[in-house]
Design a protein. Sequence first.
Length: 255
Amino acid sequence: MSRRTITDLTSPDLAALTARSGIAVVALGSVEQHGPHLPCGTDTFAAELVAAALAVRLDALLVPFGPYGITPIHAGHPGTVSLRRATFEALLTDIADELIIASAIQRLVLCNWHEGNNAAIDAVATDIQARHAGVRVVTAHACYTAQRVYAAAGGELTHGGGIETLAVMAHDPDLVHVARAGTARRTADAVALDTMRRDREVHGYVTDVTEIDDSGWYGDPTWADGDRAAGFADTVADQIAKRVTQIFALRAEAP
């Protein structure tokens, strides 16, 4: 994979890259507990894996945001570090503004793996487009793409469950400790609450992850395997790249 991360490139090489496509991909995740079997950086690892593969497909500059996100739902669990929404939005805004002003970025893709970031991402993205004429922003919630892609094979997007275990296995299998998880957790109440908070029409809110399960996680981490992990980033990035390309083409003539 060619080097395209902003921290790895010289300034002239970066300028040459952005001159070709004018696209930057920013990876957004979080640091929070993921039970006894997955690392606290699960969401960030997943976002960065997909973002790196996506940047290759879009010939884009890859921009790390940092590991932290907005995750008060996991407050009080060791290893959870949550940014205030104002902090997250300010950091993302500053990064975007600098990319646009100094690096000639005209298309920005926000590759996210943490639902707690969603509202802040929407606020920043619309503000960026409003303030920078001609700049377009697309948000790709990679976690939802993975949920769709792996559903037919039995994959479920639960906190610490199969799909998130798959993502960490793809990042570093030594960080996965499925045996520590014990039996799979998937109670009817957990499923109902998770479905409720993700409903696109009418939804309520979960403000403490232990409302879903006392352990702070649920799902079946044993679903993940090495074969699926090997293709994880490419599989998810392929799907996102197609849609991102379509959206940029759709907006090409927009004022």
